[in-house]
Design a binder for this molecule. Structure first.
Ligand code: ATP
Ligand code: MG
Length: 350
């Protein structure tokens, strides 16, 4: 079993409202969770994917790894939001060697930063075009990556891979659901500050985007409309009555905000349909903490007349609550998809 994975890794999702970590163990033909944790991050420490208060984030990560069930030293993390640019580009046909020689030069026109300041990665998607090929380009600013790796080092772990949230979601989806060759599936991860969207056609990602709206927008709307402190608004949003207001008061505000958020999702879907060769979405896989806002899944289903399914990251990769020392995997499932996708990565993967 040891040769299946060269080395054990922890998948660490550094989210703006909480950090989540998962470590896996081989089990049968697949894996099971051997350690899992979530620790909250104070507001405004991470803004639009950029780490503002590294010390506070490192503290949260340290608290996570105080759980002795986490054994691995090596960590896979991920970026999202403005920290990373994902673009599909068309280039003249060339060999892999030629591509690796010329990619920085080719990429220059697609990247709004000095090419010296970014780390580039790429994947050849399609070579069937006449005289041309499609390449997926991923670029992240070196200083943004360093902010993430520094946090991990400060917490006593070794950062070995930095991935992208939307790709981690795809990875977790593949492991738990497999790919349906002819289906177009949109994965939606509604977090605190953003909604990561990855649209898959069969096994290929055909569109990705981070919509910069999420759970915080709901909390802020409740705070403003009902004139409450942020913490109370946050609690009320999750269905608990607070001093000075009942959940009933928040309902209309939440519903209105759901409409706003879905309008943004709709714009993204419209853009996808206008630019891709597909113009349908067969299914939406929904996860992320903000997807738990009452009526969110239902509204998605109605608005897009599409099947909406809860994305369960433990569907195939088992999570035995007793073995990992948690009460209920359902508390973790909705927010664990990115960490799961990261934990499934192997050293040497790109
Ligand atoms: N039961 C609930 N009802 C409504 N909202 C909830 C519930 N539980 C969590 N949330 C919201 O989900 C959000 C956190 O989700 P998640 O952990 O997926 O975000 P994150 O990864 O920290 O953020 P991001 O990826 O945007 O940086 C918060 O806005 C939180 O208020
Ligand atoms: Mg997140």
């Amino acid at each position: 079993m040891l040769f299946r994975r060269a080395k054990s890794l922890v998948g660490l999702d550094i989210g703006s409202s909480s950090v989540k970590a998962i470590e896996l163990k081989p089990a049968g033909k697949g894996f099971r969770v051997s350690a899992i944790g979530v620790e909250s991050v104070p507001p405004d420490c991470i803004v639009d994917g950029a780490i503002i208060d590294g010390g506070a984030v490192a503290d949260a990560v340290r608290r996570l790894f105080a759980n002795k069930r986490f054994k691995a030293k090596d960590v896979v993390a991920s970026l999202s939001g403005n920290s990373v640019i994902v673009k599909k580009i068309t280039l003249p046909s060339m060999t892999e060697a030629e591509l690796s020689e010329s990619i920085y030069w080719e990429a220059e026109q697609y990247i709004p930063f000095d090419i010296q300041d970014v780390n580039l990665d790429y994947e050849i998607l399609d070579t069937t075009g006449e005289g041309s090929m499609e390449v997926l380009l991923v670029a992240a600013k070196k200083d943004k990556i360093a902010d993430y790796t520094n946090v991990i080092s400060q917490a006593g772990k070794a950062p070995v891979i930095v991935d992208v949230d939307v790709f981690a979601l795809q990875n977790a989806f593949e492991a738990n659901y497999g790919f349906e060759p002819s289906a177009v599936v949109a994965i939606l991860n509604a977090g605190a500050s953003a909604i990561n969207i990855n649209i898959l056609s069969g096994s290929q990602s055909v569109f990705t985007r981070d919509v910069s709206m999420g759970g915080n927008a709901f909390t802020e709307a409740v705070q403003k409309e009902l004139n409450l402190p942020y913490e109370s608004a946050e609690q009320l949003k999750k269905g608990q009555d607070v001093d000075g207001a009942t959940y009933e008061d928040a309902r209309a505000v939440l519903r209105a905000m759901t409409d706003n958020v879905l309008l943004e999702v709709e714009k993204t879907f419209d853009f996808f349909k206008a630019t891709a060769s597909n113009d349908r979405i067969d299914r939406i896989m929904l996860c992320g903490g903000a997807s738990r806002v009452e009526g969110f899944a239902e509204s998605l289903r109605e608005r897009f007349a599409t099947e909406v399914e809860q994305f369960d990251p433990f569907r195939q990769v088992g999570c035995d609550p007793k073995k990992v020392g948690i009460d209920n995997p359902d508390d973790y499932g909705p927010v664990a998809a990115v960490a799961m996708g990261l934990a499934l990565r192997k050293v040497g993967d790109r």
